[in-house]
Design a protein around this ligand. Structure first.
Ligand code: MEV
Length: 437
């Protein structure tokens, strides 16, 4: 469907009823009639599906699934599914995406194609001899593992590409050796295949070198396969643009701020990973480790203002898959992957990175202007009202009072909501009594 039509179909999207939203998504081509039937079903998923994923199953934990609107990435419009419980994430990303769509662009790329498996030898007796032996037989090891374990990847254009030797001197005087097995896992996230390759190589390495392999496991710090997203925004109020660039510097210099900044970026990333059945813990670990690559934990995004354009960049490993594991077993994950139309794992990682960067811009814009309370808590008022136990007929009054409190004090909490509700109920009781008298 043409970009123009998709933009039009997102007009007023947040104000629509659920069924109308579904109808619009069908019109966009993001959902099929069967998808709508599936999303409208009231019965939960069968327990035996859950048994395929984990042990000791007792049921499901459901998360809300929503759509981030207005995202135009590399010139293509997307309806982005996000599974998340936090108020305002989807609203903020949709609003910020619209701003970018009207005044800028989002571009993405991937750099490198290999994931990393680690083979550790905790204490190597003779590192020089070990290194020499591995270097002499490196090509044989790669060939054998590609033939015996990674043949499926090889047939799809991937497989093991390199074997790199690292020496890590220990405080006790020994040298640790770590072999990095670099693997192109194609469209799979690749954790299982990487672990299998490393374990396959364990014995031949021990036999060849006479040294003891102590551990085999993939690394979540995939700095050999990075995803980069870039936002360019024009016509930004220079005061705002400067403030956003300043807030970005704060997160570059200060790890305390960097952690919160990066949590905000991951607010945009994790919900897509969850919706598409990807391992969000792996991506979180990779993003945080990459953020600390200089030796200090820093912001994973950077915003600069050149006097005309506000430019934002996100760069980190985003190890995702579109085949294997939950991506092909969980019906909602299948639906969400289809909705995105991700043609390969790199494509999905680029969408994910772009949404993380847009989410970050939304947060920095709010923080540099009105503050987070206004945008965040306003939407949170409904939750507070319901959390306080308000009945349907009491909701409008409590919400109005909380909005007034927010305006006046810039602060609302659950205890405010409970107070207002108690007042309302006391008032109603008094009115009822006086009516009887
Ligand atoms: C809240 O979930 C996320 C923010 O704290 C992110 C940030 O501070 O940049 C608003």
């Amino acid at each position: 469907m043409a970009t123009q039509q998709i933009s039009e179909l997102f007009e007023g999207f947040s104000k629509l009823a659920k069924q109308e939203r579904l109808d619009r998504l069908v019109k966009m081509g993001a959902l099929t009639a069967d998808d709508v039937k599936y999303l409208n079903q009231t019965a939960g998923l069968p327990t035996d599906l859950a048994e395929k994923f984990i042990e000791n199953v007792i049921g499901y934990f459901q998360l809300p699934l929503g759509i981030a609107a207005n995202l135009c990435i590399d010139g293509k419009d997307y309806a982005v599914p996000m599974a998340v419980e936090e108020t305002s994430i989807i609203a903020a990303v949709s609003k910020t995406a619209k701003w970018i769509k009207n005044h800028g662009e989002i571009t993405t790329e991937t750099i490198g194609s290999d994931s990393i498996g680690q083979i550790q030898l905790a204490k190597v007796k003779d590192f020089v001899a070990f290194e020499k032996a591995i270097l002499m037989h490196k090509a044989d090891f790669i060939q054998a593992a590609n033939r015996d374990v990674a043949h499926g990847l090889v047939s799809r254009g991937g497989g093991i590409t390199d074997l790199i030797i690292r020496k890590i001197p220990r405080a006790d005087g020994f040298n640790m050796a770590v072999l990095h097995v670099q693997v192109n896992t194609c469209d799979a996230m690749g954790a299982n295949i990487i672990n299998q390759i490393c374990e396959y190589l364990k014995e031949p390495i021990q036999i060849l070198t006479g040294e003891k392999v102590t551990m085999c496991i993939l690394s979540n710090l995939n700095d050999t396969k990075l995803t980069r997203a870039k936002v360019i925004l024009r016509n930004v109020d220079p005061v705002l643009a400067e403030a956003i660039a300043e807030s970005s510097l704060f997160a570059q210099y200060d790890p305390y701020r960097a952690a919160t900044n990066n949590k905000g970026v991951l607010n945009g990333i994790d919900p897509i990973l969850i919706a598409t059945g990807n391992d969000w813990r792996a991506v979180e670990a990779g993003v945080h480790a990459y953020a600390a690559r200089s030796g200090q934990y820093r912001s994973i995004t950077e915003w600069t203002f050149d006097g005309k354009k506000l430019i934002g960049v996100f760069e980190a490993p985003i190890a995702v898959g579109i085949v294997g594991g939950v991506t092909k077993l969980h019906p909602t994950a299948i639906l969400c992957l289809n909705m995105l139309g991700a043609v390969n794992a790199n494509h999905l990682s680029r969408i994910v990175a772009a949404v993380g960067l847009v989410q970050n811009l939304g947060a920095l814009t709010a923080l540099s202007t009105v503050g987070i309370i206004q945008g965040h808590m306003k939407l949170h008022i409904t939750n507070l009202t319901l959390g306080a136990g308000a009945q349907a007929h009491e909701v409008p009054y409590v919400q109005r009072k909380l909005e007034e409190t927010l305006q006046l004090t810039k602060r609302v909490s659950l205890s405010h909501a409970i107070e207002v509700l108690d007042e309302l109920r006391a008032l109603n009781t008094a009115t009822a009594k006086s009516a009887v008298l």
